[in-house]
Design a protein. Sequence first.
Length: 131
Amino acid sequence: MTVDPDRARQALTLEIGGQRLRLRAHGSDEQLLALAAQVNDRYLVLQSNAKTAPPATLLAMVALDLADELASTRDQLTSVQIQSREELERAHAHSRAVEDSARRLVAQAIEEIDRSLQMDDATDALASDVG
């Protein structure tokens, strides 16, 4: 949930794990209700699998599950960031190689043009000497 420091804290009653909670939090009611629904969905799944577990234990399990998911997502993000940096470095290296190749080709073309012009000048000089 993104916290907007300019937005006033507002009171909201949520039901989480069968308990009604009155909270003051930043964010929209819709967003907080959606988050509570996600927690409740996980709570109900765990409750159906562990019927004798007390609510506090189920909520702790939900919290651990969410924390595990968050850690996994952060690991994936880190991996993607590293991969992106590596791909960017490869792209830059390729770009530099293409640029170097283009410079060499342009230099070769200039040398060929210079040789051709020198040959033309030599041919013109011979023609004027003969004529």
